[in-house]
Design a protein around this ligand. Structure first.
Ligand code: SAH
Length: 371
């Protein structure tokens, strides 16, 4: 079989789930096991250069070099927080940047990845929302974040990769980019891909109800939902998608997801906004919604950003709120704020990058790195 015309743009193998990669190697006249070998190199060993893939036939490597590539986004800038959190500012074809955050903990390493550049959903308390929507990330750009983080972080003392958990909690609404997020999750879970267990990959959504039903059929990963208010009047204000898909519908979709997937529970994120949603009455309303259900609440102290009208609830208010939930039989934890000194905490992504001067600075840096 002839190799495809060399003038065509090379196919990026990063981001192709196993069946697609098998189909691709078939177009080169190769057997499916070649795709499995390739995945081993790309995801297990983090190797992107075909000439270094020593157990692939020389001819096959030469063929690949002509028609394929392993292309990640480009690192524009890296920042490290005093608490060890690391943030990378990345860029691909478009001029706008997106971010990835690594949060080291004693027993795991969580990578928080972006699914879109910007976001269209306009949640009142989120800095990403302020920049509006730019574009969807491709599957390659989504898994590329994990690939790059693994490369940059190196292995731990036991020879294990440092990224043990992945959360789609960075910039963007993952379910609004369903087409690219689903193949990316498949690669995260595939034992020939990143081989991360399904309980360690979490997709967080603001509540796109029809896509939650679709997701239940497509992949098997943990689900987090940004609830932030216990009744529709308040949630309509904070999370505007609620006007289209109100709380009762959203919760039905969540319980369906857990049933379908035989999952343990949905994590409900609840940002603690001073004087807005942090009263004990709100906690009691949450109990009425969630008690006896496969649910846990994760209370997120609000992370401020320039221009916001919200304030973080005082810590005693947050702990009292948690205690009220727990005493009344709903599991609840408080999310520890990490990386806020580098604007890497929840809801802060792109806050500063969005600032025009910083974007231009990023562009300059990228230009300098490329030249
Ligand atoms: N769009 C998805 C993924 C983002 S996840 C979603 O809405 O779930 C990021 C989490 O941080 C969401 O729960 C989001 O509501 C929350 N968040 C947004 N802005 C925040 C802020 N300023 N402080 C704390 N949490 C925030």
């Amino acid at each position: 079989m002839e190799t495809p015309v060399a003038s065509a743009a090379p196919t990026n193998l990063l981001g192709l789930p196993r069946p697609e990669l098998e189909a691709f190697v078939a177009t080169l006249g190769s057997k499916p096991f070649r795709a499995r070998q390739l995945m081993g190199w790309i995801y297990k060993r983090g190797e992107g250069r075909f000439d270094a893939m020593s157990d692939l036939a020389r001819d096959f490597r030469a063929q690949l070099a002509q028609v394929a590539e392993v292309r990640t986004p480009e690192i524009v800038r890296e920042m490290q927080s005093a608490d060890g959190t690391r943030k990378w500012l990345l860029r691909a074809e478009s001029s706008q940047a997106f971010e990835t955050v690594f949060i080291p903990e004693t027993d795991r390493g969580t990578l928080c990845i972006s699914s879109q550049v910007g976001c269209a959903l306009d949640c009142a308390f989120c800095s990403t929302a302020q920049q509006g929507f730019n574009r969807n990330l491709t599957a390659a750009e989504i898994v590329g974040q994990v690939w790059l983080a693994n490369r940059e972080l190196g292995l731990d003392a036991q020879g294990h990769r440092r990224v043990t958990n992945v959360v789609l909690m960075g910039m963007g609404e993952p379910l609004a980019n369903f087409r690219n997020v689903v193949p990316a999750i498949r690669i995260l879970l595939d034992d020939l891909g990143f081989d991360i267990s399904r309980r360690r990959v979490t997709l967080s959504t603001s509540g796109l109800v029809p896509q939650i039903y679709k997701l239940a059929e497509e992949v098997n990963c943990a689900l987090a939902v940004s609830l932030h208010a216990p009744h529709d009047a308040l949630r309509d204000q904070l999370v505007p998608i609620n006007r289209k898909h109100p709380i009762a519908e959203l919760l039905e979709a969540c319980w369906h997801y857990i049933d379908e997937q035989n999952g343990r529970s949905v994590t409900f994120e609840y940002v603690m906004l001073d004087g807005v949603n942090d009263q004990l009455e709100h906690a009691r309303e949450l109990v009425r919604l969630l008690k006896g259900r496969p649910a846990k609440l994760n209370l997120i102290p609000f992370n401020p950003f320039p221009g916001t009208r919200f304030r973080r609830s005082p810590m005693p208010v947050i702990t009292r709120f948690r205690d009220e939930l727990v005493q009344r039989g709903v599991l609840a934890t408080i999310r520890r704020t990490r990386g806020d000194d580098i604007d890497a905490a929840c809801g802060q992504l792109a806050g500063k990058v969005n600032d025009r001067t910083r974007v231009r600075l990023g562009d300059k840096l990228a230009g300098a790195m490329a030249s």
